[in-house]
Design a protein around this ligand. Sequence first.
Ligand SMILES: [Zn+2]
Length: 202
Amino acid sequence: MTLSLQHALQGLGFADLVRFTPAQIAALCQATSLEEDALALALLPQAQHKARVPVSGFRVGALAMGNSGHWYLGANLEVEGLPLNSALHAEQAAIGHATLWGETGIRRVVVSASPCGHCRQFMQELNQECLTLVLEDARLSLAALLPHAFGPADLGQSYGMLNGPAGTLSVDSRDPWFWLHWPRPTPAMPPTAITGPGWRCC
Ligand SMILES: [Zn+2]
């Protein structure tokens, strides 16, 4: 992180933020004289600092720019003793973070390392006409990073991961393994697969 950004974050009281409002972004652009993409890239160390990497030792930071104009940080989260396919990746964390704040679309994803294949497909599930990926040395469309992609549109779905229909969640499984990793059924939560709009797991 540049010294001027560090000073700006501290001076403006933004040093611990993991989400930035349009007004805060404008204030940081003004204080650092950075344009938005450069500022987003410069903020990635703030996300990387939050990474938990007991398996790989490789910190990844990501920043999702929501359609609302807010920015959301994300970092990779690994679980000690478990394989890397159990890890949450930084791009997924940033997009998940944006989802929790009610974003229905992502304009850009800024990330400290080139997205892995899994994350490219994960972002394809947003089902957006255009999604731009900003890396330290490149600005690319997701279509360029994932040519001949398959996604929700190929299934005739007009919505994506962030703007699909809301639904209720219920649980239904007689598999004992499932209940080892899920809270015991209660009268309010009968043992019945996790179901929601467009997906099912039992
Ligand atoms: Zn990934």
